[in-house]
Design a binder for this molecule. Structure first.
Ligand code: SAM
Length: 335
């Protein structure tokens, strides 16, 4: 497929990675992500799966090579496999290198085989504890057994699994070493993520926040962490764990600014493109998408968005507990 023109932002960064949130709904209510009484969007506000496909197609024609499907929980969106099936056509004709998925794992027993058949090769599974009670306390509604069964199904289907865990002070802080040993024992890379101040939640972010410098220092007492240049195209910095041979990634939006190499934009399930996870700048793509059957208006809106991609973000978790991005939870923008 011909690229009309590549998406280069004002700082010379090529945007070739699109993250698409296909729903704001989730079957979990993770304490750091959502409040217990979330109000979700009316279904009518969401882009249809056909519109999501059209939108992805417009980005692909402009040079996007990788798409990650996220949410909310992407696999709770009704009929979601239709989107994966249509994205497969771009993989088949070589205009897309990769379609990946970020999931909480709860629906993988049902969908792992079909995802693999649609050309998905690797998935990230978010898993913050291997202790069933703790897992329940973090997710409020999740079942560890179900997620572990989902991970098994993904492995059987041939999907490469990476485990993502949010590091939480006093919650999984002292379990991270055991989780790492488990993940690497199963051949999964693991990435630790710092909590980001997105949206109002019930708890206090300052008490949840565990800087990864601390988590790393603690892990370094048990494991030998060797620096590596390995990158997956995402924001994680990796070390190799000498004892296991596996990789451990650190995503540190709070303690380390990784914006200089940012290659992505995020589209919400309502068709709003956010050019930076940590900034409010956004451009609506739904109106131009719905205004005509041709893609000229949509294309112009995408170019406008890229032209306004900010240099970077500046999250702050201060003692007021007031998040720096107040109105938007992670489930809106997609993790
Ligand atoms: N439901 C899917 C999942 O669980 O992976 C995809 C969406 S979820 C919002 C994506 C990732 O964002 C998860 O790993 C989740 O733990 C993480 N996340 C959610 N809120 C966060 C926050 N405030 N700070 C850091 N990570 C967060």
């Amino acid at each position: 497929m011909q690229h009309a023109s590549n998406l280069i932002d004002p700082f010379g960064r090529r945007v070739d990675y699109l993250r698409v949130s296909v729903t704001d709904r989730c079957d979990f209510r993770c304490v750091y992500c959502m409040s217990s009484d979330m109000t979700f969007l009316p279904h009518g506000d969401l882009l249809t799966l056909e519109e999501l496909d059209r939108l992805c197609g417009a980005f692909i024609r402009r040079g996007v090579r990788r798409i990650r499907i996220s949410g909310g929980e992407p696999l709770v969106r009704r009929g979601i496999m239709a989107l994966f099936r249509s994205l497969k056509t771009y993989l088949d004709d070589g205009s897309l290198d990769e379609v990946t998925l970020t999931t909480n794992g709860s629906q993988l027993t049902r969908y792992a085989d079909e995802l693999a058949a649609c050309g998905v090769r690797r998935i990230n599974v978010s898993l913050d504890s291997l202790d069933a009670d703790k897992f329940k306390a973090i997710t409020r509604t999740g079942s560890l057994d179900k997620v572990l069964a989902g991970i098994d199904a993904a492995v059987r289907a041939g999907l490469k699994v990476k485990i993502n865990a949010v590091a939480l002070r006093d919650v999984n802080e002292f379990e991270l070493g055991d989780m790492l040993a488990w993940a690497h024992g199963r051949g999964f890379d693991m990435t630790l993520i710092e909590t980001m101040p997105l949206g109002e939640i019930d708890g206090d972010r300052l008490t949840q926040y565990l800087p990864l410098t601390e988590a790393r220092a603690q892990l370094a007492r048990r494991f030998t962490l060797d620096e590596t240049n390995y990158r997956t195209g995402g924001p994680a910095r990796y070390v190799t764990v000498r004892e296991t041979g596996g990789r451990l990634g650190f995503i540190t939006p709070m303690t380390h600014n990784f914006c200089e190499s940012c290659n992505r934009v995020r589209v919400t399930c309502t068709g709003t493109v956010y050019m930076c996870l940590g900034q409010e700048d956004k451009v609506d793509l739904r109106a131009p998408l719905r205004a005509s059957e041709g893609d000229d208006l949509l294309d112009a809106a995408i170019l406008k968005a890229i032209a306004h991609k900010p240099r970077g973000h500046d999250f702050v978790i201060d003692r007021t507990g007031i998040p720096s991005v107040k109105g938007r939870h992670m489930n809106t923008t997609g993790g």
